[in-house]
Design a protein around this ligand. Structure first.
Ligand SMILES: [Zn+2]
Length: 336
């Protein structure tokens, strides 16, 4: 085996650790559900799967890379803020180093890790300017510009899901703002479009069974339904689902055209559950993006499906570990 690192994908309800070779190939994968979101319980579950992954190889592991939701201090691996876990200033990196003192441990934002994975080992290979957008419950993203993953002044670059596209009449985002790209164009956004237009389709059975009244009930109902049902019904030609799908695609295209104006990438890769619609999604969205693209030459950004799927985060976290962390890729600062 070539060089290898442990890549960890830490989510709000699930943790996965994989042994990843420097070719990007996953050699072994271990997963656990997370029910208790306290730091001790999460570190315990994470340590279990990492131990299993380390135990799965006799070869040297060069480090442990962890992709976690939230804004993360790159030097210490401390989670400054993570809405998914309800954490503030949790010393995740230090806690994991205590468990695995033999290994270098790096912690980076999960979406940025996934972007690095997709850039180095997935559909972004060979480009210099690349964007990944994962359309799931929310929208995770990351930007590679001139061959370097953009991190930002305080590790906040790439929060594409929280740029505002519908300040008037948009959905309220989990971050508190109205009309974020994520609120409008994630899988959850697709569901919310279906709910919003439901009064125009009184005979539609798409959203049955009817919920009790109130926003909390609607949220629970949305979670039960899942965006996949809407997507499948749209593909089957259901009128209500198609209207929701078209509103969703308009919002997705609006955000994508903004991304093109910000970054002018060669490729925007779409991952996450909604992207499994494939050409049904891309054929609708691409022309809408074209007409909204003005100052950047039209048709020069390819919008494609991501190729690493749910493994992108772990592959990217391991890639970061093999490179000495996300910040190690950056050129040295120019002295003043
Ligand atoms: Zn937001």
């Amino acid at each position: 085996m070539s060089r290898a690192a442990i890549g960890v994908d830490l989510g709000g309800s699930h943790v996965m650790a994989a042994l990843v070779e420097d070719t990007g190939e996953i050699h072994a994968k271990f997963e656990r559900d997370i029910e208790d979101r306290t730091p001790n319980a999460v570190v315990g579950a994470l340590a279990d799967v990492v131990k299993s992954a380390i135990g799965a190889t006799k070869h040297d592991v060069v480090g442990i890379g962890i992709g976690s939701p939230g804004n993360i201090d790159p030097a210490s691996g401390t989670i400054r803020y993570s809405p998914n876990f309800g954490w503030q200033n949790v010393t995740l990196g230090a806690r994991v180093r205590d468990v695995f003192p033999k290994y270098e441990v790096f912690v980076g934002n999960d979406a940025r890790c996934a972007t690095l994975g997709e850039y180095v080992h997935g559909v972004g290979q060979g480009t210099q300017d690349f964007v990944l957008l994962t359309l799931g419950t929310g929208i995770g993203g990351g930007i590679v510009a001139n061959g370097v993953l953009a991190l930002g002044h305080q590790m906040g670059a790439g929060e594409i899901g929280h740029h505002t596209i519908r300040p008037d009449g948009g959905f309220i985002c989990g971050c508190g703002k109205i009309g974020c790209f994520e609120a409008q164009a994630s899988g959850t956004g697709l569901l919310r479009h279906a709910f919003r237009i439901a009064p125009s389709f009184p005979r539609s059975g798409l959203l049955d069974p009817q919920p009790a009244k109130g926003p909390d009930d609607e949220r629970a109902w949305r979670d039960r339904l899942g965006s996949k049902k809407i997507r499948k019904a749209a593909q089957a030609g259901d009128g209500h689902a198609l209207a929701a799908w078209n509103a969703f695609c308009d919002d997705l295209a609006l955000g994508l055209s903004n991304v093109i104006a910000f970054v002018n990438p060669e490729i925007i890769a779409l991952g996450g559950g909604v992207s499994s619609a494939g050409d049904f999604l891309l054929d609708r969205v691409k022309p809408l993006v074209e007409v909204r693209t003005t100052m950047v030459p039209r048709g020069t950004t390819r919008i494609v499906r991501a190729t690493l799927g749910n493994d992108a985060g772990a592959v990217g976290a391991a890639t970061a570990a093999m490179r000495g962390g996300l910040i190690a890729q950056l050129p040295p600062a120019v002295p003043a």
